[in-house]
Design a protein around this ligand. Structure first.
Ligand code: CP
Ligand code: NVA
Length: 307
């Protein structure tokens, strides 16, 4: 694995290797065992959109691994004044050991990887959020022990989260159901990928049908970053796409609820469901551990000290 651009690029074994290393790093952190696998290394972090979790977890993660992280906003970089990504990629590759980028178009992330010569990590695009789904899978395995036979239901917009969850869940052997309104389906490339998995994938407009017997119920905001102008239209389109008591009543009794956060209480999730499911905050914590595993896999010189 040279980059983390999207989960479509990863083999199942590569996903499981990251999750196993993430478990190890989490154990080491909790037990104050130092793991400075990235001593002397620098990660550039380009943010074209806001972030709480991604920014803070990558920055502290690099510190805990013995390296440093540089926060680069478009206001600071010449990208913001039109310097092309192919030049930025080649120049930053001379200073840094890796780049994490959060932006709009997936092509920008792919171009950074194409023109640069260091590992590139997708910290969210309109198409995908692979780091989030690695943390989600880590959390599911912590709570449920294994992936086989589990069903995850995603309620809401067929956005970056839905796209990455479909690919991640199917690759590790889970089933996934999507409940979304017409016109807000996941990306065509992802639906094409899911076809090969037969009845392990289903999509419906009916929330109750999708949530039936689910082991994990997942949701995300109705309007993603960059879609603020569509917020009112989306409120109408998604008003029946909420994770609430009724949706949870048809899921398994011990079903987990996950949300990438930030959450809009009263929109995609009710306040009571959110507060009854503290695993959402374990999920947020696991961003740190899962991303540290990605950083070590991509940036450490010596593979021997990572299982
Ligand atoms: N879930 C997630 O990526 O959160 P941030 O937008 O706060 O980074
Ligand atoms: N779909 C959301 C996810 C935020 C982590 C967005 O893109 O804004």
């Amino acid at each position: 694995m040279k980059h983390l651009l999207k989960l479509l690029d990863l083999k199942e074994s590569e996903i499981l290797d990251i999750l196993n290393l993430a478990d190890q790093l989490k154990y080491e952190k909790k037990n104050n065992i130092e793991h400075k696998y990235l001593a002397g290394k620098s990660l550039g972090m380009i943010f074209q959109k806001s972030s709480t979790r991604t920014r803070v977890s990558f920055e502290t993660g690099m510190y805990q691994l013995g390296g440093q992280a540089l926060f680069l906003s478009p206001r600071d970089l010449q990208i913001g004044r039109g310097e092309p990504i192919e030049d930025t990629a080649r120049v930053l590759s001379r200073y840094l050991d890796g780049i994490m980028i959060r932006t709009f178009e997936q092509k920008e992330v792919e171009d950074l990887a194409k023109y640069g010569s260091i590992p590139i990590i997708n910290g969210l695009t309109d198409f995908a959020h692979p780091c989030q789904v690695l943390a989600d899978l880590m959390t599911i395995r912590e709570y449920k022990g294994e992936f086989d036979g589990l069903k995850l239901t995603f309620v809401g917009d067929g956005n970056n989260m839905a796209n990455s969850l479909i690919v991640g869940c199917l690759k590790v052997g889970m089933s996934i159901a999507i409940a979304c309104p017409k016109g807000y389906e996941p990306d065509k490339e992802v639906l094409e990928f899911a076809k090969a998995y037969g009845d392990k994938f289903m999509m419906t407009e009916d929330v109750a049908e999708a949530c039936n017997n689910a082991d994990v119920v997942y949701t995300d905001v109705w309007a993603s970053m960059g879609q603020e102008e569509e917020a009112e239209k989306r409120k109408q389109a998604f008003k029946n796409y909420q994770v609430n008591k009724e949706a949870m009543a048809v899921a398994k009794k011990d079903a987990m609820v996950l949300h990438c956060l930030p959450a809009h209480r009263g929109e995609e999730i009710t306040a009571d469901v959110l507060e009854q499911h503290p695993e959402i905050f374990d999920e947020a914590e696991n961003r740190l551990h899962a991303q540290k595993a990605v950083l070590v896999k991509l940036m450490a010189d010596d593979d021997s000290n990572k299982k």
